[in-house]
Design a protein around this ligand. Structure first.
Ligand SMILES: [Zn+2]
Length: 180
C-alpha cells in the first residue's frame, strides 16, 4: 500500500543540499528528534506541532509509535543527479507557467522522468514537467525530506519552518503531497 506524505524540496529543481546540515538544522529547531527509530526514520520533535499546522480539529495521526498503528516519521530523500518527480496526488492537474491556465491531457507517458517536456494546449508552449506549477500536488527536485502518514492538505508548513529551511540552505523551499 502506498503511504501518503508531505514532502519538502527546493523550489529550484536543480539545487542540492548538505544533508548533515539539514539534519542538524531540523534537530536544533526540534522539528525532529535526534534519536532515529530505524535507519532514516526520525520521530517528530517537541516543536513539530508548532512548525506544522494541522488544518482539522485535531491531527488524526500518532506522533509516537503505537503497536500496530501508523505514525508520523521524517525521512530524508536520497539525493539524485537530476531532478526527479517526488510524488503526486490523485487530484494533480498542473498549470502552465506561461499562460497560467490548467493544461488538459498533461499526463504523457514518462512524465515523471527527467527532462520530459509538457505541451500546453492553451498557449502551445513546451515546458519541462519540473517547471510546471503543480500547486503542491506534485514536485520535482534532486533532494529534500518527507513526513510519512500525512494526507494531502491535512497539514501545511508554517512560515517559520520555511524560513528555517531557507535560512540554512540559502534558497527558498516548496512542499507537496503524495499518495503514490
Ligand atoms: Zn500555456
Amino acid at each position: 500500500m502506498n503511504i501518503s506524505k508531505l514532502i519538502f524540496f527546493p523550489i529550484q529543481a536543480d539545487k542540492s543540499i548538505n544533508y548533515e546540515l539539514l539534519l542538524k538544522t531540523l534537530i536544533d529547531s526540534k522539528f525532529i528528534n535526534d534519536d532515529k527509530q530505524h535507519v532514516n526514520q526520525y520521530l517528530p520533535g517537541d516543536n513539530f506541532l508548532s512548525l506544522i499546522t494541522f488544518l482539522g480539529c485535531s491531527p488524526n495521526i500518532n506522533l509516537q509509535p503505537f503497536e500496530g498503528e501508523n505514525h508520523c516519521f521524517i525521512s530524508v530523500i536520497k539525493q539524485t543527479s537530476e531532478p526527479e518527480c517526488l510524488g503526486y496526488t490523485q487530484t494533480v492537474n498542473p498549470k502552465c507557467p506561461v499562460c497560467k491556465k490548467r493544461i488538459s491531457d498533461w499526463k504523457n507517458p514518462g512524465w515523471q522522468k527527467t527532462g520530459q517536456l509538457c505541451h500546453c494546449d492553451k498557449c502551445q508552449n513546451q515546458t519541462l514537467y519540473s517547471e510546471l506549477n503543480w500547486k503542491h500536488e506534485s514536485g520535482f527536485a534532486r533532494c529534500g525530506f518527507e513526513i510519512s502518514h500525512i494526507y494531502p492538505h491535512e497539514a501545511v508548513p508554517t512560515d517559520q519552518l520555511l524560513n528555517i529551511l531557507s535560512g540554512f540552505s540559502g534558497f527558498e523551499w516548496n512542499y507537496c503531497y503524495t499518495t503514490n
